[in-house]
Design a protein around this ligand. Structure first.
Ligand code: NAD
Ligand code: UDP
Length: 313
């Protein structure tokens, strides 16, 4: 197998750290570029001994240059709490970061993959979401810095491909969870697990009837790498997610059961523009990548609970 030099932006984050690990295990050289806004050195500490791993502190809002064969563009805070903390920085990271990384890909003739999101579908009027659905996104709400930033990045990926022949690829990632999620991330899976482990009430926003489809991180990484390895005619977008759909009430009950916690459930106001339902149609991923998720919710939750038990108890 050919050893490639691969750049991962956001490499010290939750998903990025798993991706760096997988690419190193596959025998490649990996450069992680991260400004540690939501990522952490602990996530990649175990990789630092590897002579084929390089760790660079850098903000993708500024140009970066390195001779690489492939770029995975993941740099961007992903949880609503984090991306709304500095909304302007979030949209700059998505848009200017994409321009800088696409410029690099063009210059060094690298393949580049964008970690886009199911958020491009907004509060979807089509269910499940197929890639041909254009979405229902509020352009001026509190989630817009992330949703519109990611939509604009997709536009840039398509235009660099059409205008400059850059080898671009887009995946739309649906809610992903697993070890190395930031404990204060604010996303639902980490919140519920931490609350349950501390025997505190689980906070459901709204009535808990909204749905999400949760994917375990290992499945995502497999899908990402398969997408990068497709031939240059495969641009995407391709949904990568687990189509098993749950309400937040179902998730809360499952977490309480699996942790054996004495926690109760409490209800809080639903944040603005919170999507009511979300579930990927993964037909395209199945046919183009021969991919589908293997880890179902209970198994993935058990592994994630084990991780949080170690770090918080
Ligand atoms: P994360 O917050 O753990 O990781 C993001 C990483 O990007 C962090 O290490 C952070 O420090 C880094 N970063 C942020 N701004 C940066 C900047 N300006 N320059 C350099 N680095 C910067 O989130 P994650 O869940 O690992 O998400 C990774 C990617 O996947 C993101 O692009 C996200 O939008 C996308 N995604 C994730 C999910 C999910 O459910 N986890 C769903 C859809 C899309
Ligand atoms: N949510 C919740 N309690 C929490 C955190 C989130 O009920 O403590 C809800 C949130 O309102 C949303 C769903 O869980 O409906 C998923 O939220 P998350 O932030 O994980 O991801 P996203 O909304 O971006 O899909």
């Amino acid at each position: 197998m050919l050893k490639k030099r691969i750049l991962v932006t956001g490499g010290a984050g939750f998903v990025g750290s798993h991706l760096c690990e997988k690419l190193l295990n596959n025998g490649h050289e990996v450069i992680s570029v991260d400004n540690y806004f939501t990522g952490a050195k602990q996530n990649i500490a175990h990789l630092l001994e590897n002579p084929y791993f390089e760790n660079i502190r850098h903000d993708v809002g500024f140009p970066y240059y390195a001779e690489v064969d492939e770029i995975y563009n993941l740099a961007c805070p992903a949880s609503p709490v984090h991306y709304q903390f500095d909304a302007i920085q979030t949209i700059k990271t998505s848009v200017v970061g994409a321009i800088n990384m696409l410029g690099l890909a063009k210059r060094v003739k690298a393949k580049i993959l964008q970690a886009s999101t199911s958020e491009v579908y907004g509060d979807p009027a089509v269910h499940p979401q197929t890639e041909s659905y254009w979405g229902n996104v509020n352009p001026i709400g509190i989630r817009s810095c992330y949703d519109e930033g990611k939509r604009c990045a997709e536009t840039l990926f398509m235009d660099y491909h059409r205008m400059n022949g850059v080898k671009t690829k887009i995946i739309r990632i649906f809610n992903t969870y697993g070890p190395r999620m930031h404990p204060n991330d604010g996303r639902v899976v980490s919140n519920f697990i931490i609350q349950a482990l501390k025997n505190e009430d689980l906070t459901i926003f709204g009535e808990g009837t909204q749905t999400r489809s949760f994917q375990y991180v290992d499945d995502l990484i497999e899908g990402m790498v398969r997408m990068m390895n497709t031939d240059d005619t495969v641009i995407g977008p391709v949904n990568i997610g687990n189509p098993n759909e749950f309400t937040m009430l179902e998730l809360a009950r499952k977490v309480i059961e699996l942790t054996g916690s004495s926690s109760k459930i409490t209800f809080r106001p639903l944040p603005m523009d919170d999507p009511k339902q979300r579930k990927p149609d993964i037909s395209r991923a199945k046919s183009l990548l021969d991919w589908e998720p293997n880890v179902q919710l209970e198994e993935g939750l058990k592994k994630t609970i084990e991780y949080f038990e170690k770090i918080i108890l």
